[in-house]
Design a protein around this ligand. Structure first.
Ligand SMILES: [Zn+2]
Length: 65
């Protein structure tokens, strides 16, 4: 009986880890788009530059500086 419980817990952990991994992988794969605080253009979060809690596209960030 104890073995069955241990196996069930192990299976649950594996399923949980797989779900968690695929979830985080999906977040990594799909590029999050953020709106530029100045011109309103959508840029990927990786390309966006943050200043004072707002995202800016490279163009606006350069102009602002
Ligand atoms: Zn912009």
């Amino acid at each position: 009986m104890l073995k069955i419980i241990i196996i069930l817990i192990a299976v649950f952990i594996v399923i949980y880890l797989l779900f968690f991994k695929s979830k985080s992988r999906a977040v990594d794969g799909a590029e999050l788009m953020v709106e530029c605080g100045k011109c309103g253009i959508f840029v990927s979060e990786k390309e966006a530059l943050m200043k004072e809690g707002k995202y800016f596209c490279r163009e606006c960030f350069r102009r602002k500086k």
